[in-house]
Design a protein around this ligand. Structure first.
Ligand code: SF4
Length: 327
């Protein structure tokens, strides 16, 4: 096994799809191997088994290292949103009015090759509840804050026990009213959505919202749709966020299918993000003009509630920046 290969599937080594992935890995170019050394391939076995690795497609491109990752363009950055500068206390960012973002982990179940935090994975973050005390005290002091956002990495890689304990401390801060969780887990590891997750999310005084990251309808396997429906049936509002990615979802058919599938799974489309200019992901960049043409097409094809907001994140801005609605 190559050293960069983090995915482990001992109980699935003989599955034909896993063998096909192993075959793809054996034939990676030296450049792609170097890309995987810099940002390891990571994928849960159950997801690996759902992907046809022998053909290039929207899922292989999201998760397989590519030689283009070594081509850094001027303007590409290690920390494109300058989060390290914006971070007041370990693990806590206050970028937007009324909201505090807690990076509760750097771990993810899957490594997405376009991730804007792909170079920030070694960041030391609070782990134990007592490590969060400075951030909790700062949130308690700031009465303008209404909402806390769990981000990462992927917050749902943490156990329900840890998340419930941190949430209980936040719920004890009277001016907070909402808790938002940004996660890819219901799609890439649907089995993470268990009653124990719903139990603490429903029990908290805070209004919970879950924003699921999904970029292509092919990610919405029946098991993923079942996980999303379990959340919705449990009373958790579920919104979607996606990244517009060249070669993955930058055509009207792919986006229409993504949003139709999400709506039918009772997930409300929320944000379609322009790619952040992170070093190693420039080959996924879509031009503003093309993005706007796609949005015009979506507005014709989808009901109003099914059209996401096309946004870009600018370092230092007090909210996400919307792109104009017409090309
Ligand atoms: S799951 Fe989210 S944080 Fe993790 S690698 Fe993918 S995009 Fe980045």
């Amino acid at each position: 096994m190559t050293p960069f290969f983090q995915y482990t599937a001992n109980d699935a080594q003989d599955h034909p799809v896993v063998n096909s992935l192993n075959d793809r890995l054996r034939h990676l170019s030296p450049e792609a191997r170097e890309a995987a050394r810099q940002f390891p391939l990571r994928i849960p076995p159950a997801l690996a088994m759902r992907i046809p690795w022998e053909v290039d497609g929207p899922l292989t491109r999201q998760f397989l290292p590519a030689p283009e990752e070594l081509n850094h363009a001027p303007g590409d950055a290690i920390d494109p949103l300058r989060e390290r500068q914006a971070q007041g206390l370990p693990g806590m960012l206050i970028k937007y009015t009324g909201r505090a973002l807690l990076k509760v982990t750097t771990e993810c179940a899957v490594h997405c090759r376009f991730c804007f935090r792909r170079h920030l994975r070694e960041e030391p973050l609070p782990r134990r509840l007592r490590d969060w005390e400075p951030a909790l005290a700062a949130i308690a002091r700031d009465h303008t804050l209404k909402e806390v956002i769990y981000s990462g990495g992927d917050p749902l890689t943490l156990s329900d026990r840890r998340l419930a304990r941190l949430t209980a401390r936040l719920a004890a801060i009277p001016h907070l009213t909402r808790l938002r969780i940004h996660t890819r887990m219901p799609v890439v590891t649907p089995e993470r959505v268990q009653d124990s997750l719903l139990d603490w999310m429903k029990a908290t005084r805070l209004t919970p919202l879950l924003v699921v990251h999904v970029n292509h309808a092919d990610e919405l396997h029946p098991s993923a749709r079942a996980a999303l429906e379990k959340l919705v049936e449990g009373g958790i509002p579920v919104l979607s966020q996606s990244v517009l990615l060249k070669g993955i979802n930058d055509n009207l058919e792919a986006l229409t299918r993504l949003y139709e599938t999400l709506i039918d799974a009772r997930v409300i489309p929320y944000y379609l993000h322009m790619l952040d200019p992170v070093a190693g992901a420039g080959h996924f960049q879509v031009s503003d003009a093309h993005a706007l043409r796609l949005m015009a097409g979506l507005q014709e094809r989808l009901p109003g509630y099914g059209v996401p907001r096309l946004v870009r994140e600018e370092p230092g801005a007090r909210s996400k920046t919307g792109l104009p609605s017409k090309p």
